[in-house]
Design a protein around this ligand. Structure first.
Ligand SMILES: [Zn+2]
Ligand SMILES: [Zn+2]
Length: 118
């Protein structure tokens, strides 16, 4: 168990460094990152934070309702869903799709690290 945790950590650290670099060099859109430059975690582990709500870009934001979208991360199925608590809409904007793609990729990367350790 300790080994698993350690290897997952190393995988995360590697991904963070690689994405920091790619973003700085202009190769990577910050919103395509699968690691979070603020929380230093996999994006699916911290996308629930208010810091990940952006009214400007529409990420985790329902514009008509002016409400933050709820995120449901299913670690077993490896899926991520968004939902507006007011109008109950699911994901349909490009920002939603971008966030879900990033979260599902980070889920996959994190579970790959665990499987490698097992
Ligand atoms: Zn974060
Ligand atoms: Zn809404």
């Amino acid at each position: 168990m300790t080994t698993t945790t350690l290897l997952t950590r190393i995988a995360l650290d590697d991904a963070l460094v690689a994405e920091d670099h790619a973003e700085e060099c202009g190769f990577l859109d910050p919103l395509d990152r699968i690691t979070c430059p603020v929380h230093r975690r996999w994006i699916h582990q911290c996308c629930h934070s208010d810091l990940h709500v952006s009214q400007v870009s529409g990420h985790r934001w329902c514009r008509p309702c002016k409400r933050a979208l709820e995120v449901a991360v299913d670690e077993v199925l490896g899926t991520v869903a968004l939902r507006c608590p007011k109008c109950a809409r699911g994901s349909h904007t490009r920002a939603d799709a971008q966030l879900i793609t990033a979260c599902e990729a980070s889920l996959a990367a994190a579970s790959r690290a665990v499987r490698r350790a097992a």
